[in-house]
Design a protein around this ligand. Structure first.
Ligand code: MN
Ligand code: MN
Ligand code: MN
Length: 279
């Protein structure tokens, strides 16, 4: 069974509509898919209708922005009820924080001589939740950087000037929103935070302590050694394991839907919590 529990649509910073995401997943023979847009459930209704037409097992998801110890951390919620009133209130707050953050990123980039990045990114995002990839696209269009990856490596990625995370809520808070909405909380892409091994262990220990349920043992086109290391941590911290492509866009370096390594055999798959088929 091919499972992909992390990807994005136009509802946040992905390039495809929810319908196109489902069609692409189906074409890539994905059996179970979660759509996990950043801080929004706006794409889930459309995605779920298309999924049932295509016979894809659909999991309602979200990727929430948080902070921990000065690091921006993403927590994926899986199998959530998108209509949960507490979640709705929380998401309205996230949306405001996202807007404030975007304005701050714009100011910081302007100080470096890159003008109008906020306006440009906002224009590109349109109705979607505004995120750093929109800034990256604008910076590429303006010739400020060569491509998407250099935008992140130089200005927007972890630890760079555009990595503004102070406003995001604490992990404990978003875990409680996810649980209130009946879902499971998953620490997203642990390899992306560029943490030392000891800091990652502290993060996992804290995540478990505040009720976190799982970690992404497989994320995107991740190195095999990293996956094996994460599988050991997953076991040690007594977490369930999740896997996802973090697909955003068919035209860039993003890993494609469903094109991820299987979970190591030692892992307990997160979906065993809501399905009867173990893997
Ligand atoms: Mn994104
Ligand atoms: Mn993320
Ligand atoms: Mn993501």
């Amino acid at each position: 069974m091919k499972v992909d529990l992390h990807c994005h649509s136009l509802a946040s910073d992905g390039a495809l509509t929810p319908q196109q995401v489902l069609e692409r997943a189906h074409a890539n023979e994905v059996n179970m898919l979660a759509l996990t847009d950043h801080d929004t459930v706006a794409g889930l209704a459309e995605a779920s209708v298309i999924a049932s037409n295509l016979g894809v097992d659909f999991v309602a998801g979200i990727e929430l922005s948080t902070q921990w110890s000065g690091v921006g951390i993403h927590v994926v919620g899986l199998n959530i009820d998108p209509h949960n009133p507490d979640l709705k209130v929380a998401l309205a707050g996230q949306s405001l924080k996202r807007e404030e953050r975007a304005q701050l990123i714009g100011k910081k980039l302007a100080k470096l001589g890159f003008d109008n990045c906020y306006e440009g990114a906002k224009h590109i995002a349109g109705d979607s939740e505004l995120g750093r990839p929109h800034f990256a696209r604008y910076m590429v269009e303006q010739g400020f950087v060569e491509d998407h990856s250099s935008a992140f490596n130089k200005y927007l990625g972890a630890g760079k000037v555009g990595d503004v995370k102070n406003q995001w809520p604490e992990i404990v808070e978003v875990v409680s929103w996810i649980h209130a909405a009946g879902g499971y909380a998953v620490l997203a892409h642990p390899d992306k935070y560029k943490l030392t091994r000891s800091k990652l262990r502290r993060l996992l220990s804290y995540f478990k302590e505040v009720g976190g349920d799982a970690m992404e043992v497989v994320s995107g086109s991740q190195n095999k050694d990293v996956t094996e290391y994460f599988a050991r941590l997953c076991d040690e911290f007594d977490l369930y394991a999740s896997c996802g492509s973090d697909f955003h866009n068919p035209n860039t370096q993003w890993c494609d839907l469903g094109r991820i390594a299987p979970l190591p055999k030692t892992c307990r798959p997160i979906w065993s919590l809501w399905t009867s088929s173990p893997n």
